[in-house]
Ligand binder design. Structure first.
Ligand SMILES: *Cc1c(COP(=O)(O)O)cnc(C)c1O
Length: 416
């Protein structure tokens, strides 16, 4: 569900017509709906209220400070994957005890900063990393909590680029190695292994892979218990899918119906890390038609947003619905919607049947909230888009459009 709907043939975000927002803020423009993403967070919280999990929103899905702040204010924790994301989390006042930190490549500087702040957990992805965290914690005279990220070797049936819980992926630690690490962890005096973490992939629309992975790790935790090792926390990761085209993903409630009974029985304190589920459908990318170009074989609608603004179609062959901001009942035609960038991979949609378009028309790329702006780049020296947040009738700028100075801010012209 999202709050982008047509009223009188005009697309609205909550109670504001999107074309009016564009008049003020221009294109390309990311428009976020507060009610949508906060609503998704609250739905998940409600579905799992029996076990009151710590819901750590995955910052990398969309890291705008206003988005983070709105969620933290509602009680969310944050799931981070870098020192930069730790900085963002602290900027919005997220209590460190609600921050969990995953990544296969945490650096010394990043680890030190997170230990000093006293985050809830490092989600550790290898033995060398665990040893490094132990060494750094010892140097700082601290003891730090960790969870081991297990690679449960399940098939989440999603795009292979966003599968993370198979043994061929770089993420996590296999059961056997993890068991060995935990049994021998007594020698690591400055870390406490308190939790087990899994995150098996993204845009997963069915419950079965989650259930399978959770069952596997709970059995593992039970074995540890029998060996005298007690684990308090289970972090079940993120990965819940949303509707981009015609998927029928499980709702928060259906997901809870599947996994809650198992989680409840385990008696473990549960953490989850949804990203896309919360923010995915909560934003659109608005773009303007620059040219309509006919070739002997095709018709291209060239727009002012490109793969630097939204890379998902190019990177994952992802589908995004595209709709004109004003509904038009006229003739339809098959077109490719492409950006201005010098790459054939620079497209937003291919072979899409849309109402005939002309220069100056405005289009909304739907469900662009997750891995949209957060993956945006300056390729082709393009300035990254502005972002605005709509809450009911109010529209606020949450990131200004970049300018030429932003592009060269960190560069030096040296004599050669
Ligand atoms: C990316 C990521 C998530 C969020 O994934 P979604 O598919 O957006 O829910 C959660 N946990 C970890 C460790 C991640 O890397």
């Amino acid at each position: 569900m999202h709050e982008f709907n047509f009223k009188d043939r005009r697309l609205y975000c909550e109670n504001v017509p999107v074309d009016r927002i564009v008049k003020e803020f221009k294109t390309p423009l990311y428009v976020y709906s507060y009610a949508t993403f906060v609503g998704h967070f609250l739905k998940l919280q409600k579905a799992f209220k029996d076990i009151d999990p710590l819901i750590c929103y995955s910052v990398k899905a969309n890291s705008n400070l206003s988005v983070l702040k709105a969620l933290v204010d509602k009680g969310a924790g944050l799931d981070i994957v870098s020192g930069g994301e730790l900085f963002r989390a602290l900027q919005v006042g997220c209590p460190p005890e609600r921050i969990v930190y995953a990544s296969v490549g945490k650096t010394e500087v990043e680890i030190e900063a997170a230990i000093k702040k006293g985050i809830l957990f490092f989600n550790v992805e290898s033995l060398p990393e665990l040893e490094n965290i132990n060494r750094i914690a010892a140097r700082l005279g601290k003891c730090t909590r960790v969870a081991l990220r297990i690679n449960p070797d399940v098939e989440p049936r999603t795009h292979h680029y966003i599968t993370t819980g198979k043994l061929t992926n770089k993420f996590g630690i296999d059961f056997q190695t993890a068991g060995k690490i935990i049994l021998e962890s007594g020698r690591l005096s400055h870390v406490r292994i308190k939790g087990i973490h899994i995150h098996i992939g993204s845009q997963i629309t069915i419950g079965a892979p989650f259930v399978e992975a959770i069952r596997k790790v709970i059995a593992f935790i039970r074995k540890l218990k029998a060996a005298g090792i007690s684990i308090e926390y289970l972090n079940i990761g993120g990965g819940l899918g949303i509707i981009y085209k015609n998927e029928r993903p499980q709702t928060a409630q259906q997901y809870a119906d599947k996994v809650l009974p198992i989680l409840k029985k385990s008696g473990l304190r549960i953490i989850m890390e949804p990203g896309r589920f919360i923010i995915g459908s909560a934003a659109i990318l608005v773009t303007r038609v620059l040219y309509v170009k006919k070739t002997p074989l095709k018709k291209f609608v060239i727009v002012d947003a490109g793969m630097n603004d939204l890379i998902r179609p190019a990177l994952y062959s992802a589908h995004h619905e595209i709709v004109p901001l004003t509904f038009s009942p006229g003739a339809k035609e098959k077109v490719d919607i492409v950006g201005p960038i010098c790459e054939s991979g620079d497209f937003l949609a291919k072979e899409r049947v849309l109402p005939a378009m002309k220069e100056g028309d405005l289009l909304a790329v739907m469900c662009a909230g997750a891995y949209g702006f957060s993956m945006a780049s300056n390729y082709n020296s393009r300035k990254r888009a502005a972002e605005v947040l709509v809450k009911n009738k109010a529209v606020k700028l949450i990131r200004r459009r970049e300018n030429n100075d932003d592009l060269v801010r960190n560069e030096f012209i040296v004599e050669t």
